[in-house]
Structure formats: C-alpha cells, structure tokens
Design a protein around this ligand. Structure first.
Ligand SMILES: Cc1cc2nc3c(=O)[nH]c(=O)nc-3n(C[C@H](O)[C@H](O)[C@H](O)COP(=O)(O)O)c2cc1C
Length: 188
C-alpha cells in the first residue's frame, strides 16, 4: 500500500494558546520542508468523535463479508480513520495531559482505530501490529507533570497502543519546551 503523507491529529479542547496545536503545526511545516510534496491530512478530534457502542461492536465482530448495510454504516467513520493511518508515513499526535491521561476524544479515536484483523491480529506467537513502516511523533503538553517521566502515563499509554498496532518508531516531543519562535521542533 502506498503511504506517503502526514497525518496530523489534534486533541486539545482549545484553539487559543494551545501549545500542542502550535507545535504540531510547526512540525508539519518542518517535515514538509524535509520532504517536499508530502500531503497533509488533518484530523481535529475536538470537532467530535463518537464512542464505540453496541452497533459498532456488533459490526466490528462480524466478518467483513457478512456485514449488512447498517453494520457497514456503523463502521464507516472507523474505516475512514483507519485509512488515514494506513495512508500516512508520518503520524503526528498532539496530546495535552488531561487529568493524568490523554483527552477523552483521543481515547475515543484509539477505540475507533484499534481493530482486530485490521490494525492488529493475534497469531500463534501473540499479537502482531499490522501498521508497518511508520513514524509517529507525540506532541505532548502538561501543566506540571514532567513529559517523559514515569508520571506521564499519557505518553506511556500512547506508545503502548501505537506499538500494539505496529508503530514502534515513536518520538516524544515536549511542546512546553519548544521555542516556537525558532525553526526547529525535532532534535538536530
Ligand atoms: C481539563 C484539563 C485537565 C488537565 N489535567 C492536567 C493534569 O492532570 N496534569 C497536568 O500536568 N496538566 C493538566 N492540564 C494542563 C494541560 O495539560 C496544559 O494546559 C496543556 O498545555 C494543554 O495543552 P494545550 O496547550 O495544547 O491546550 C489540564 C488541563 C485541562 C484543560
């Protein structure tokens, strides 16, 4: 499958003064400067995302060939979100720490994309992630929890769930430490 773009996911509930949004945007620019022509897909979770429910779970556990129209409809957004991931080479996730964890909208996104037989599968040797050859950047911000410390269970969680889906190349960026007037987000 051809994968060449950037997927930029934001989850901060605010727009004014959002560090994760500001730094994610700078990172998109930086990656585009490095590889001219990279297409960008934006997914703003603050605009809303549904939770998994009975219909979704029933449809997801029905074999894809057996799904009726209602079940296909129940999975339509989830399918779209998975395609965005499959098509991206670079995945930027902007995540503030909210009450020790990730924003609820970001957890809802994880529930929409962690799909058995689509983004991961169970084999004789245990679980296997099906999203290959991708690079993820976690643009994190907090009001006090040190990013990357043991207290930062948000980054730990995101790394775990991305790894479960096969995305093991993950860089954590502390947005609170980035000088946004400078050009560089990524370390030299
Ligand atoms: C609802 C809410 C919960 C928060 N919970 C925490 C928290 O548990 N720990 C922490 O260090 N900061 C917490 N913060 C502070 C944010 O992580 C911090 O303001 C961050 O910069 C927000 O990201 P943003 O600038 O992209 O909006 C919280 C902020 C909000 C709005």
């Amino acid at each position: 499958m051809k994968q060449s773009g950037i997927l930029s996911i934001n989850s901060s509930g605010r727009y004014q003064g959002s560090l994760t949004r500001l730094v994610s945007e700078k990172l998109v620019d930086e990656l585009q400067k490095k590889s001219v022509g990279l297409a960008v897909t934006e997914r703003d979770l603050a605009e809303g995302i549904p939770f998994v429910n009975e219909q979704w779970i029933g449809a997801n556990f029905t074999d894809s060939e057996q799904r009726d129209e209602t079940q296909k409809e129940a999975l339509a957004l989830s399918d779209n979100l998975v395609s965005e991931l499959q098509n991206a080479e670079h995945i930027i996730i902007g995540s503030p720490i909210y009450n020790f964890s990730v924003p609820a909208v970001l957890k809802a996104w994880v529930d929409m994309v962690a799909r058995a037989r689509v983004t991961f599968q169970y084999t004789e040797n245990g679980p296997e992630g099906l999203l290959k050859d991708k690079k993820a950047y976690l643009v994190m911000a907090s009001g006090g929890v040190p990013i990357g410390s043991d207290m930062d269970i948000a980054s730990i969680y995101l790394k775990r769930v991305l790894g479960f889906m096969g995305i093991i190349d993950v860089t954590v960026i502390d947005a609170t430490k980035i000088d946004v007037s400078a050009d560089r987000v990524l370390p030299a």
